[in-house]
Design a protein around this ligand. Structure first.
Ligand SMILES: [Zn+2]
Ligand SMILES: [Zn+2]
Length: 341
């Protein structure tokens, strides 16, 4: 089979590999569609200790396809069934998994290999995070389940309910997906970004209001957003992953606000916080990482029910053979593409 492998930062290779054999409890799928993700482009540029580690490594993690072969003992799937797989699964043994916080599993391994004609699905993923999909759901829409699961985890940690007022900072693919899903769940979303063009995309995804802001210093004052200002939001998501937008998220928090810091900053980044605000305004700062099987199965259900307009996020279909040059040429402005082997 053909596969795109990651060897190290800015070194990916399109190679011939043997079709994987399923081990006990495993499934091998014939890839129907794999989506590119901002994280893949980031990993390509600078490496990614958690996602890929040392190369050479299989690459790509948002995937759907058809069951090709089953290991012995076989999980409860049949050859030819259409499925979508997550990129991790709980070990079932560690304290975090037993608490139901399997996104924090002590042995969390992120599984890659979607940029290939065939992909092996390890036993734990086959057991917890491999779902059948109906013919009505396209492979490329189904492959949105992984990023959607991450978004659902964020929104459930915030406790989003119908009618809630939410600000989302960031209009990249994840920011737009957060805006779209939160709007679908009934939140009134204000999108915050750097450019009017991106904010227009946010409106298409469901934002009711938009604000051009990128750092706390952009905030108007007075009357502005000071310590006692009534301006601000009760619920905020930061979906950029920069220290200035983390500061902006905290600066925009109203009294009693919950702030989800969804975008991961560079390793070692530190963010100063206003201790007065945290203490006297009772802010809750929430970290958020990855997803659990509950989030993933909810994501699959929403996709099956047609609740998510996946066409808003997937820009184009490309061939697996073209993906290497796409990575090499679109490093700084990654698009969400459906890769069809
Ligand atoms: Zn992803
Ligand atoms: Zn675990």
């Amino acid at each position: 089979m053909k596969a795109l492998l990651y060897y190290g930062p800015r070194d990916i290779r399109y190679e011939d590999k043997p079709i994987p054999e399923p081990g006990p409890g495993e499934v091998v799928i014939k890839v129907g569609a794999a989506l590119t993700c901002g994280t893949d482009f980031k990993a390509y540029r600078q490496g990614h200790a958690i996602l890929l580690g040392e190369g050479p490594s299989p690459f790509g993690h948002e995937v759907s396809g058809t069951v090709h072969a089953l290991g012995n003992p076989a999980p409860s799937f049949q050859p030819g069934e259409r499925v979508v797989a997550a990129n991790s699964a709980p070990c079932d043994r560690c304290a975090a998994c037993q608490r139901g916080e399997s996104n924090l599993c002590e042995t969390l391994v992120l599984h890659n290999g979607a940029y290939a004609e065939y992909m092996r699905i390890p036993r734990h993923i086959a057991k917890h995070n491999l779902h059948k999909i109906p013919p009505s759901l396209s492979f490329e829409s189904a492959a949105m389940a992984e990023p959607l699961a991450c978004v659902l985890r964020c929104l459930s940690k915030l406790g989003i309910r119908e009618g809630d007022e939410l600000a989302v900072i960031g209009t990249g693919k994840m920011g737009l997906l957060l805006i779209h899903v939160a709007s679908r769940l009934g939140a009134r979303v204000t999108a915050i970004g750097r450019t009017p063009e991106k904010l227009e995309a946010a409106r298409v995804c469901g934002a009711r209001e938009t604000l051009v802001l990128s750092k706390p210093e952009d905030l108007p004052k007075p009357p502005g957003i000071g310590r006692e200002s009534p301006f601000g939001f009760p619920l905020i998501v930061e979906a950029v992953g920069k220290t200035e937008t983390w500061r902006l998220a905290i600066a925009l928090a109203k009294k009693g606000a919950r702030v989800c810091l969804y975008g991961g900053c560079a390793i070692g980044a530190e963010v100063p916080v206003d201790s007065y605000k945290i203490h006297y305004h009772e802010l809750t700062l929430i970290g958020c990482f990855h997803h659990t099987p509950k989030d993933f199965s909810r994501a699959v259900e929403m996709l099956k029910n047609g609740e998510i307009q996946t066409e808003l996020f997937i820009e184009e279909q490309v061939a697996l053979s073209d993906l290497k040059s796409i990575f090499e040429n679109q490093m700084m402005n990654p698009r969400k593409l459906a890769v069809i082997p």
